[in-house]
Design a protein around this ligand. Sequence first.
Ligand code: HEM
Length: 155
Amino acid sequence: MRQKGTWMKLKLLVAAMALAGCASGEKQPDPDSLYARMGGLNGVALATEEMVNRVLTDPEILANVELQKRAKPGNVPGIKVQITNLLAGLAGGPETYHGRSMVDAHKGMQVTEKQWYAFIKACRDGMVAAKIGPKEVEEMVVILESMKPEIVEEK
Ligand code: HEM
């Protein structure tokens, strides 16, 4: 009998939690959003993984001494989480980015135009490796390009 009571309480708790989720107005991603078309959080996270791994092994980008100083192996997993949340949110997902502004995060890195285009190529290749469709790759590139003025400091 006691066990039945505990079970009921547990069921009630689960129902209350589900209701709280709905009532809090949690953002439901639009099924047509870039986020949904990229495969939701897992799709964006995998794309980020592939993009960042390529960015950090590209010789043109590695020529940036500041990048080498700042993107230490110990920081990379955290940077990937931050980028996943940023891009997921920008693509229409419910994730929220809590990191620094793009200007603050990249200040003093002296990212050049040449490094920027190597970065975009590495991102394109990474998204293709993550099996993101060609239309979605181009839509994400537009999002990335929109941040160029905040990141590139050198001609
Ligand atoms: C649209 C393009 C880019 C986006 C969306 C982006 C996004 C981010 C984000 C979210 C962070 C973490 C910020 C934080 O921890 O508060 C970060 C950090 C960083 N990014 Fe980028 N980034 C971009 C381009 C680049 C480029 C082109 C480079 C280098 C060539 C670069 C190098 C770095 C480095 C080294 C850090 C670590 C900074 C530090 O911890 O001091 N990023 N980026």
